[in-house]
Every structure is written in C-alpha cells, then in structure tokens.
Write a protein that binds this ligand. Structure first.
Ligand SMILES: *Cc1c(COP(=O)(O)O)cnc(C)c1O
Length: 453
C-alpha cells in the first residue's frame, strides 16, 4: 500500500511531463503557454486528489490523457453540430432550417472573397444591397417589392414602427399570441409606439369587428399567424380577401405576419392546409412578413414583401439600416430561392426533403439502424416544428431502444464527440430517421454502439 508521501514523490515534475511524446503535437495545436498551464492545472488537481486519498494514476501517460481531455473541453466551441434524431424538422433549439448544399456553397464563396454586396458592376459605382433577393422574391410571390431584414421579429417591429407609430393597429383577440422567447404581440406593439386595438373574442372575430374599430387614427389591420397553437371548435376569422378589401375601403393597410410562410402547398404531404405566401399576395394584402429559416428553408432572415410604395417607405426608415442583413444571409437566401425558381425545392432544400421523404425510405433506415444496434422499429410521429403547422404531425418509423435509464442514456448520447439528441417516450429512447441526414447514419450508429457495448 502506497502512502500519500510515496505518491507525491512519484508525481513527475511539470518539465518532465512536458517532454512526453504527444506534447509537441499539442503545442502545435494549442500553443506552448496553454499546454504548460493546463499541465500545471491537471497536476495541481492530482496533488489534491492524493492528499484527499482518492485513488489516482500518477504516470506521465495518465497525466497527459487528462491534459488532452481538458484542452479539448476548453477549446470546444459552444456552438457545434449535433445529430437531430428528434423528428422535429424545424427545431428552434437546434438551429431551425438546415441550408441546402448550394446555399452552403454560396456562403463559402462570398465569405472569403470581395463581392458585389453594394457594388454595381455595370457602372462601377456604389450599388444597393437591397437588390439582391428582390427580383427572385417578386417572381416567386407575385408581390411588387421586397426587403430583407435580420429576422421576422425585427420585420414586424420595423413594419409597426415605420407605418403605425402613434396610430392604431386593429387585431383579433384570437391572435394576440406569444410566439416564444418572450415575443408577445402586445409588447411588440408597445415597443413600436403603436396602439393596440383588440377586436372580436378569443374564438370568433368577424370582418365587421375590424370595420367597426376603424377611427381617424387607424393605420392598419394586422393578422398574426397563431404559430404554436391551434384553435379548434367554434371558431371564426374573416377571410383573407374580405379583410384586405375592408382595409382598403377604409384607406388603411392590411398586414400579415405569416410567421413560417410557405411557397409550397403543405396539404399535398398530408399536412394541414395553410394559405401560401402567394395566396396572401393574391388576396390583396399590402405587406406580408415571414421568416427565412422556417418553412422557406433558408438562412435566418425576416422577409417583407408587398406593395411598392409601402416597401419604399420601409426602405427609407432608419431601422432599415439597423436591421439590414449581411452578405452571408443574402448569398444563402438567393441560393435557397433559386431552388424554388427551378422547381427543385422538394429535392434540394433539407426542410422539404425531410417533409416529403417516403415512409418506406424512413422505415428502411430505421430497420437498418436496428440491425446494427438492436431495439425495435415502431410507428411514431414527426413534427414540422418552428411554429409551423401547430398540432400537425406526420407518420414516421423510429428506432426504439429499451434501456434501463432513458435519461442517463440521453445524457451519454449528448456527451459524445458528435452529440445525438433523441426523444424519450414510454420509457424508451426513440430515434427518428426523418431528421437525421443520411451521411450521419454511421456516426449515429457508432454513438449508440459505444454506449450499449
Ligand atoms: C416565428 C415567428 C415570428 C418570429 O420570427 P423570427 O424569424 O424567429 O424572428 C414572428 N411571428 C410569427 C407568427 C412567427 O411564427
């Protein structure tokens, strides 16, 4: 039995640990000072463990293993890739929409080279960044004009600040929603200096309620997508057309915060029908705003489309400068919109690939996973997420693992070098192939194997 003193005597010096074989490589990666300081930290900790009579290994190999682990932990970025096996396609906590391959390439191209962000190649003079996604947005939606800002929340703040400050905005009581992350419509109104006029009831609002609320101070009728909840039963909202017509009859604006916003009819995939962006343009709305990274399947952005004169007003507002987007966003957005123009969104944009995947293909992957790691293939449900299509699910097949402690198992999955986020249901850990990229299959299987063996 070795005493504390024996162990302390055996503890190598910092200098001798620094001569370990793997140190030069570590210094290459992390710098001399960082490696030396980390060795000191690890050895101080080992010394304390010896004094507390905890069993420790004092060989240089054991010390360096700890040093390496600590260096990796220190230099691990907080923002890093994970595997999403939850089956929630637009997962707000896991980065929402994944970009298509060509959107990823577009970002890489402009990121490392000078570019035409605000430069007109025809006349060699300064150009406007506002041109970049405009034409595509006009062609795809049928709107006259467009402007892109940082995200949809800022789009709404900009619309209200620029067009309704010190004026009244009429909204249905059924749509005074909180979208998440503390984003509440009444608070946004207040922030923008607009006066909220609520009409109708929680479940039923008619177009006459809107018309009756109009005064000399009314600036707009606002529709807000209910995003993350669903009203069922005895409910009523005015049709898009009658709301727009009534607004125009009173010479005020009809504005729609569409939230997710889709260019593709979702009902063809067995999902609920949602009016598309084009439907709302056709209904005569003056302004429509939606997110770039929900059902559109592009980068984070707030996209505002609508009538020329109204968008021109927004472009002149000081917030247009404050909320503008950068070259990376424009490049990814344009590449994403190009997929729609080429009618290849379903095969090229990850959100739509995941939505339109065949149940058969999903079943085959779950089956393949189960052949490697055991467990059973069960029927389950995936969701679109991101405040799109609330309450709607899509049938799926999952790999279900029966483990003694699902919570511990999930924690081990998250602790891996490529963390896996799964879902627990009925005491089983479920893995939904719908949201796992095919190229991540091997990594997922390896992560599970490491835990179960
Ligand atoms: C998601 C959402 C927003 C916020 O959009 P971000 O792009 O997250 O800023 C605003 N309104 C509605 C209705 C939404 O669904």
């Amino acid at each position: 039995m070795m005493t504390k003193q024996d162990l302390l005597r055996q503890l190598p010096s910092v200098d001798s640990v620094l001569s370990h074989d793997i140190v030069p490589d570590l210094i290459d990666t992390y710098s001399y000072d960082v490696v030396r300081d980390t060795i000191r930290d690890v050895m101080a900790h080992i010394r304390q463990q010896i004094l507390a009579e905890t069993a420790v290994d004092v060989t240089s190999d054991a010390i360096m293993a700890q040093v390496e682990e600590q260096l990796q932990a220190i230099f691990q970025p907080t923002l890093r890739p994970v595997i999403n096996a939850t089956g929630v396609i637009i997962h707000t906590n896991l980065g929402r929409a994944l970009l298509s391959k060509s959107a990823q390439r577009a970002i890489t191209e402009v990121a490392g080279q000078y570019n035409t962000l605000e430069f007109d190649l025809d006349n060699g003079k300064r150009g406007s960044r506002l041109v970049h996604a405009s034409q595509l947005l006009r062609d795809l939606t049928g709107a006259d004009s467009a402007i892109v800002v940082n995200n949809n929340a800022s789009a709404l703040i900009m619309i209200l600040s620029a067009l309704a400050r010190d004026h009244e905005v009429v909204i249905s009581r059924g749509q005074l929603v909180e979208i998440g992350g503390g984003f509440r419509i009444p608070a946004i109104m207040k922030q923008s200096g607009a006066y909220l006029v609520e009409v109708g009831t929680t479940n039923r609002t008619r177009v006459a309620d809107f018309a009756d609320a109009v005064t000399g101070d009314t600036a707009m009728f606002l529709r807000v997508h209910s995003s993350n909840f669903k009203q069922i039963g005895f409910t009523e909202q005015p049709s898009l057309e009658e709301l727009a017509e009534t607004a125009h009859a009173h010479d005020i604006l009809a504005v729609d915060d569409l939230g997710s916003g889709t260019l593709i009819d979702t009902s063809q995939f067995g999902l609920d029908y949602e009016p598309t962006i084009q439907d709302i343009v056709n209904a005569g709305f003056d302004l429509i705003c939606f997110s770039g990274d929900k059902l559109l399947g592009g980068p984070q952005a707030g996209i505002i489309i609508g009538k020329q004169a109204v968008i021109d007003n927004l472009k002149r507002h000081p917030l247009a400068r404050a909320l503008r987007v950068d070259k990376l966003t424009y490049s990814a957005l344009v590449a994403t919109l190009e997929h729609y123009r080429r009618d290849e969104a379903l095969t090229h944009i990850p959100v739509w690939q995941m939505i339109s995947q065949s149940l058969n293909a999903i079943h085959q992957r779950a089956q393949h996973w189960s052949e490697q790691v055991g467990g059973r293939v069960l029927q389950s449900e995936s969701t679109v997420g991101g405040g799109s299509l609330p309450g709607t699910t899509m049938p799926t097949h999952v790999l279900a693992l029966d483990v003694s402690s699902p919570d511990d198992f999930m924690a081990e999955l998250r602790a891996g070098s490529m963390p896996v986020i799964a879902r627990v249901s009925d005491g089983m850990v479920l893995f939904d192939p719908r949201t796992v990229l095919p190229e991540q299959d091997d990594s997922l299987i390896e992560s599970i194997q490491q835990i179960i063996q």
